[in-house]
Design a protein around this ligand. Structure first.
Ligand code: UPG
Length: 210
């Protein structure tokens, strides 16, 4: 995963399949205002608990945006990145299994497919318990994400997981105690806030039954 030996930055092509930037105009209290926004895909994510081994299942991957943020917040030059000073591991995150809603399928079905592709568990879509639906990045994109909860067993593990196509994803399993420790780190946690919310929800609602 960290075998990355070249990283550079370029302008966003106008036909990006993932991000469309816009400026929105509006009049509020008699004053014309503008706001710069991004249209991005909505998404699903799932808190996965393996009941056979009493472990929460997460995915670990290199996130270019996290890497970029790490370098720039340290004042690093992204036009000429020094990989010795800024090793690719700075961009590795721990997240819930997630996926963008970019196909004509139900959100549940997309979550089911992501659980199979990224984590290797073959579940039924009706095993997914809806937890929350909320918006991320309300200042920039306000994309919707639906969070599900799913209990799995070792018998449902059909593949190693790891993603499809160009994706390079590792599976990480945390005990309930290790998940608690995740929330008690003092430095910046390289996980999306939705993942931390999912862990908190699990601790509040499911951990005592498991
Ligand atoms: O500029 C891009 C953006 C995405 N991809 C590909 O698009 C797919 C997107 O992956 P997917 O697994 O569907 O979604 P994630 O990237 O895991 O992101 C989801 O999971 C995150 C939480 O973990 C949320 O923050 C995001 O909103 C949500 O879309 C992958 O194949 C990527 O390689 C690219 O190739 N280039």
């Amino acid at each position: 995963m960290e075998k990355i030996n070249k990283i550079w930055v370029g302008p966003l092509p106008a036909d990006s399949a993932y991000i469309k930037p816009f400026r929105i105009y509006y009049v509020q209290d008699g004053k014309e205002k503008t706001w710069d926004i991004l249209k991005v895909h909505d998404s699903v994510c799932t808190i996965i608990f393996n009941k056979s081994r009493k472990k929460l299942i997460f995915v670990k991957q290199f996130r270019p945006a996290v890497y970029h943020a790490e370098v720039t917040s340290d004042g690093g030059d992204v036009t000429n990145i020094n990989l010795d000073k800024y090793p690719p591991k700075l961009g590795i995150t721990i997240e819930m299994c997630a996926g963008i809603v970019d196909k004509n399928k139900s959100w549940r079905e997309i979550a089911r497919e992501e659980i199979l592709e990224e984590c290797g568990y073959d579940i039924k879509a009706d095993q997914l318990e809806k937890v929350l639906s909320y918006r991320s990045g309300v200042g920039t994109q306000a994309s919707r994400q639906i969070m599900y909860y799913c209990e799995v067993t070792d018998n449902q593990k059909k593949f190693l997981g790891g993603g499809t196509g160009n994706e390079i994803i590792d599976i990480v399993e945390y005990s309930v105690n290790e998940a608690c420790e995740m929330l008690n780190q003092k430095g910046t946690i390289n996980s999306p806030s939705s993942c931390l919310l999912g862990v908190l929800w699990f601790l509040m609602n499911k951990a005592s039954n498991n």
